[in-house]
Structures are given as structure tokens and as C-alpha cells.
Design a protein around this ligand. Structure first.
Ligand code: NCD
Length: 304
């Protein structure tokens, strides 16, 4: 197999715990408020084949906070619409002088393919149902700010596990650091393979069992079309799995409530839960900036 370009971030699975800890430490030293010209003159290409609000804008803010220049290429309005292949788009962006490519793509493995063919670092901003490493890193950063360490923490991940790249990356990261993970969701969204992803994974049938006594509740987005596709009614999902204030009270008193966004109030959680003091949903978004600054600095060899 061709080697991926140095500095690439393709997933959490292949990172060692020390590398993750190093990135989180570097993120703590980043200050988005103070422009630091660590990446002055560097070109960060943001290549987005799927919609994104948080990930795209925080990579953009992270890059400009480090003095880099960003260019956004989206599938609509570019030659991608005309059928240009992923690699040809990559070669074009490389030819234009990109120093690093941040890519979101509906197919698992698209960032790896690009990293194997270009000699510049590639950062995975979410690939299909595979991984979303920067999200897992910002979630770990957020948890550690509140709970000091990940080891021994009990984390419940609730929702559509099967389709979620956020869940996959989080499971890899949390298990590398010795957290206990409980998965919960409709059985259609909880494939057996989930149990083989990492040691120490538990699956519970009821949301009450999943939440009871945990330190962190991590919710996932649930798409109405996917519920319909699995013949699960919206009412049924809400009745069984929605996190309400009553259910939240089953967790530890100081448990964190997390969600990668976009949230749908009234589906995965109630509006009251989204806005309650235990919710760190907005903080996760905020923490995305220093974490992505660290990812970009590492990619371009400026991680000092
Ligand atoms: C997630 C994504 O796109 O993977 N959102 C995000 O990046 N914050 C979650 C999702 O859309 O389900």
C-alpha cells in the first residue's frame, strides 16, 4: 500500500494514544483570539463534498488564526459537478499550490486515497460512515477540560450508531484511553459489529440503563429518513430514546451532555436538555477551533 503523506490525519484508529495526547496538549496552547503566524503563507484547501457548518467554518477559522490562506471548494459550483474524479480534483488543487487538503466526502476511504496519491498532508473532515477524527479530538478535549482524564470514565453513546462516523471515531479514541462505553439505540442502528469495535463496549436496550450513573452522554444525530427506512416511527424513537430532563437525571449529577450537531430539538433531545447547564454542545463547537489549529500545525510540521 502506498504510504499516506506525512502529517495526514485520516482517522483515530491508527493513532497511538501518545499521538492523541500530544495533539490535545498542543490544542491547549492554541489561542484562537490571538493570531499566531505559525502557518503564514500556507494554503489550506477546504474540499467539501457534503454540507457542513461547524467543521468547515472551524477549520477555516483555525487556519486563518494561524496566518494561513484558505480556499473553499465545494462539489456544487465546481468541476466535481461535471464529473471530475476525486484524484483529478486533488491533482488540480495540488497544482494550485495547496499545502494541505481538508476533505469531507460521502465515501469512506476518500481521504486515504487522496493521501496516498498526493505528497501533501490530507485531513479527514468526515468520510462516509468511516471516521470523523477532528470531532473525536474536540470531544476528548471538551471532556478532559471538565473531567481531567478519560481513564475510567463511563460514556453512553446514544442514537444511530451504525451510520455515525462520529461514534466510530469516538469509540476508537475513548477505548484507547480506558474509558467504558455503553451504546444504545434501536437494534437496527446497532449492528453486531459495534461490539467488536473495541474492548469494554457494552450495549444496553433501554436508554434508562444506558444513562444510569454515567459521566458523559454523547448523543448522535438521527435522520428522519433513516428512521423511515428502518420502519421506525418518529414517535417510537422519541418515546424510547429521546433524552429528556427526567432521563438526564439518571446520570451522575455532574454528567456532561454532548452532541456533535446539528441537533434536532424534539428528536434526539428536548430543547430544555439542549440548553441545560450540563449541556456542553456550544462549548464543543468552540473547542473545535484550537483543536483544528493543532491538527493543521501538526500537518504542516509546525507543532512546536
Ligand atoms: C457530524 C458529521 O457531519 O459527521 N457533524 C459534525 O461534523 N459536527 C454529525 C452528523 O452530521 O450527523
Amino acid at each position: 500500500m502506498t504510504k499516506a503523506a506525512r502529517g495526514s490525519l485520516l482517522g483515530i484508529e491508527q493513532l497511538r494514544a501518545e499521538e492523541i495526547a500530544g495533539l490535545l496538549k498542543l490544542a491547549r496552547r492554541m489561542n484562537p483570539q490571538k493570531t499566531r503566524p505559525l502557518l503564514r503563507g500556507k494554503r489550506v484547501l477546504l474540499l467539501f463534498y457534503e454540507p457542513s457548518t461547524r467543521t468547515r467554518s472551524s477549520f477555516e477559522i483555525a487556519a486563518t488564526s494561524l496566518g494561513a490562506i484558505t480556499t473553499l471548494v465545494q462539489s456544487s459550483g465546481s468541476s466535481i459537478e461535471k464529473g471530475e474524479s476525486l484524484l483529478d480534483t486533488g491533482y488540480t488543487l495540488h497544482g494550485l499550490g495547496a499545502d494541505v487538503i481538508v476533505i469531507r466526502h460521502p465515501n469512506a476511504g476518500a481521504p486515504l486515497l487522496m493521501a496516498q496519491h498526493l505528497d501533501i498532508p490530507v485531513i479527514n473532515a468526515g468520510d462516509g460512515m468511516h471516521e470523523h477524527p477532528s470531532q473525536a479530538l474536540l470531544d476528548a478535549y471538551t471532556i478532559v477540560r471538565h473531567k481531567k482524564a478519560l481513564k475510567g470514565l463511563h460514556v453512553a453513546i446514544i442514537g444511530d450508531i451504525y451510520h455515525s462516523r462520529v461514534a466510530r471515531s469516538a469509540i476508537h479514541l475513548l477505548s484507547k484511553f480506558g474509558a467504558m462505553i455503553t451504546l444504545c439505540g434501536p437494534p437496527e442502528f446497532l449492528p453486531e459489529v459495534a461490539a467488536t469495535l473495541a474492548p469494554g463496549l457494552h450495549i444496553t436496550r433501554t436508554v434508562e440503563d444506558a444513562i444510569r450513573g454515567v459521566d458523559v452522554i454523547m448523543l448522535l444525530r438521527v435522520q428522519k429518513e433513516r428512521l423511515a427506512g428502518m420502519k421506525i416511527s418518529l414517535q417510537d424513537y422519541i418515546a424510547r430514546y429521546q433524552v429528556t430532563m427526567a432521563r438526564l437525571k439518571l446520570a451522575k449529577k455532574d454528567a456532561l451532555l454532548m452532541h456533535p450537531g446539528p441537533i434536532i430539538r424534539g428528536l434526539e433531545l428536548t430543547g430544555e436538555v439542549a440548553d441545560c447547564p450540563q449541556s456542553v454542545i456550544v462549548e464543543e463547537v468552540r473547542n473545535g477551533v484550537p483543536v483544528r489549529m493543532a491538527i493543521l500545525a501538526r500537518a504542516l510540521g509546525r507543532a512546536r
